[in-house]
Ligand binder design. Sequence first.
Ligand code: HSE
Length: 442
Amino acid sequence: MPSAAPAVPRAIQVGLAGLGNVGAGVFKNIEANRDLIIQRTGADIRIRRIIVRDLARPRDVSVPESLLGTRWQDLTEDPEIQVVVELIGGTTTAYELVCAALKAKKIVVTGNKALLAERGQELFALAEQCGAPIYFEAAVAGGIPIIQVLQEGLVGNRILSIHGIINGTCNYILTRMSQAGLSYADALREAQEKGYAEADPTLDVSGWDAAHKAIILASLSYGFWIPQGCVHVEGVDKIDPADFKFAKRLGYTIKLLSVIRADKDGLVEVRTQPTLVPLSHVLASVSGSFNAVLVHGDIVGETLFYGRGAGQDPTSSSVISDLCEAAATLVYGARHSGFVPHGLYGKSKPVEDTISHYYLRLTVADEPGVLAQVAAELGSRGIGISSMIQPEDLEDTSGQSSLVLMIHDARLGDMLEALAAIRALNCVRGEPSWMRVETLQG
Ligand code: HSE
């Protein structure tokens, strides 16, 4: 940032695509903090044109009608517009808009994680070629400035690992299921009413919204674009409320956790799954729509970033941060295109080779020898059991019981084989419930 703002603020002309929850927040909050932004950046950020899908739709922000239009090309074709903010979501029109804006040498600000996760590599190459950067602070973890953390604050570190709770909707759902005993459907409905969920909640609850964000964090950390096919993703929609009780008895809670880390050979692991997290760990107390990202750098050690990961004001705070960055670029000079590839890593780890502890709950026949059969299937694949409980007071069954196993470090591929064999045992009833356990030791 500059040391002194120019005496006369320089007007920065912005075209905004999308006036939904976040777009409305951007407009409202720029108006509210205009003077402060001018003092800090030397720039007066003016929204010159706003593109919406439906002009007649009622909005919770008052915008002069003369600003509104429906044709996105009006942003990219207007020579006065210097910055295009893409907040329409999706990967088709948004892609066309971003490409056209870059080709017109306009700075792009986007909160679109799906677009970057899917097409980041080509978009940043285009940005480089056009000499127009893409800023994307709002794409990950709502109001937490985690992109700047990786690009600037921790730039001198090798990133050893990142553990993130980076979907506010899922965290809200899991928190309400755990603390209020709500069903999954009721918790999802509440999250939607509060405006945390994406228009299509499938992206949130399937785990893919968090996975897109994890891809962006991993790519910034390791300098190459992680292919989506190399990411292991599971959602929260299949979690049985009973698992919260069993997990708690064992000293854990369940979070949708994104794990990013490189092994000693430089293979990069990226996954997003419901995961048991120790109750004693700080991530276990990240509740509701809050997000938290734990970054372990080789110089800095552990750092934790916490804040609201979804919602109008927090997410618009990140968009405004990018607009100020764009303004600083326009007022004071050029910066990099937003993503700098580097060659230290470059390979994704096959998900079957990822290793972690596991929680496994089985519904089994209440008869002797069951544990021995299950242990044999695990043991024959080199998988050890670290502890076991049979919590009879937590269930309501007859002739069958729950067997809850905590499993030592195991390769996913071996674990999947063992699970298939265990599922086929006569003494095992129904589908096994299993999740990764993260001890968060690095
Ligand atoms: N729907 C997202 C979440 C917010 O719940 O975290 C934007 O990514």
